[in-house]
Design a protein around this ligand. Structure first.
Ligand SMILES: [Cu+2]
Length: 361
């Protein structure tokens, strides 16, 4: 009995000691939080920014009356995967430039984008193992930078801010195959990406993929407008960007452009889509209506593919690769199956063969 009693006392003491330790850890955590409070409160922005209150005016779907005509006249961005450069070094030159670009029929937006391309920037296509020599020239009004997700490199060195009028060159070896985002990484990154500073780099695997007859690159992104962009170009509404309340969502920077000007293939061909979701915030839920992916390299992992997949989430800042082989002629919509984003313009058509009629839904 005496031994049992002593044992009970010891156990009580041990539990008490554990309790004390847990309590003191808790209070340490609490005091850490307290210490953070003033810093957070002092930090930026939100408290001084009066442009954060909901509701936010939406310009979704607001186009001029001649929008159909303008959509037909608009030259769709060429989605075809560009050819590789020969040699061990792929030399890439991009000049950043402030420019107003069309993002929907009759809707213009003041981008910080890429000279000769608008937004997104040019598709970079290199071989696995090739060295990428990237020269960025800042033709804009404020510092910018370029962050390649395909690179393993110290970002403070390679992705540094480049002042207006300056150029900067860095190199990296593209040792990881797949499709990757590149973007300006200058703060606030949300604003720089929302203003069009992004694009895709395709790193073709050293071990050849199954043959594809057509290869297209799609960069999904969204736009946040402070006006309708019809009479004068709209600019970024940062409050809407923070609230993820886009006015337009697009493939390759212009709403519905491949509905009016479909991508094409012949029946029985394998079509490969290299897809990047640039965001700045939204994922794209990639799906082709009327078929199933024969192969889906999910998350851009080129070491393996999934078969028979219907929809694949491409995360903001991520990429994936898709093969479809469609035998029957027709119009096959490709979409983000998050359908609010179809409504805002993230939809296109793959026209297989020469089908009669147009898409009715
Ligand atoms: Cu920038």
């Amino acid at each position: 009995m005496a031994i049992k009693g002593m044992l009970a006392l010891v156990l009580v003491a041990v539990f008490a000691a554990i309790g004390a330790v847990v309590f003191s850890l808790d209070s340490m955590a609490a005091s850490r939080d307290k210490n953070n409070e003033p810093a957070e409160a002092a930090a930026p922005a939100a408290a001084d920014d009066h442009n954060v209150a909901l509701p936010l005016a939406s310009f979704a779907g607001t186009v001029p009356t001649n929008a159909d005509e303008l959509a037909k006249a608009h030259e769709a961005s060429d989605a075809t995967l560009p050819p590789l450069q020969s040699g061990d070094v792929a030399r890439i030159q991009m000049t950043l430039k402030d420019m107003a670009v069309q993002i929907a029929p009759g809707v213009t937006y003041n981008t910080w984008a890429f000279d000769g391309h608008g937004a997104p920037g040019p598709v970079v296509h290199v071989r696995e193992g090739q060295t990428v020599q990237m020269t960025l020239t800042n033709g804009g009004a404020i510092p910018h930078s370029i962050d390649f997700h395909a690179a393993r490199i110290a970002p403070n060195v390679a992705f540094k801010d480049v002042d207006p009028g300056e150029s900067f060159t860095f190199r990296f070896k593209a040792n990881d195959p797949g499709v990757f985002m590149y973007h300006c990484g200058t703060k606030p990154v949300l604003a720089h990406i929302a203003n069009g500073m992004y694009g895709a780099i395709v790193v073709s695997p050293a071990n050849a993929l199954p043959k594809a007859d057509r290869e297209y690159v799609l960069v999904a992104s969204e736009w946040y407008l402070n006006g309708d962009g019809i009479d004068e170009p709209a600019s970024l509404d940062m409050a809407k960007a923070r609230a993820t309340a886009p006015d337009w969502t697009t493939f390759n920077g212009y709403a519905n452009q491949y509905v009016t000007h479909p991508l094409t293939s012949d029946p029985g061909e394998t079509v490969r889509f290299w897809v990047v979701a640039a965001g700045p915030t939204l994922d794209t839920n990639f799906h082709v209506v009327g078929t199933i992916f024969d192969r889906a390299w999910v998350n851009g992992d080129m070491t393996q593919f999934q078969r028979g997949v219907q929809t694949v989430a491409v995360p903001a800042g991520g990429g994936a690769v898709f093969d479809v082989k469609i035998d029957q002629p027709g119009l096959y919509p490709f979409v983000s199956h998050a359908f609010a984003h179809v409504d805002l313009g993230q939809v296109g058509l793959l026209k297989v063969g020469n089908p009669p009629g147009t898409m009715s839904h």
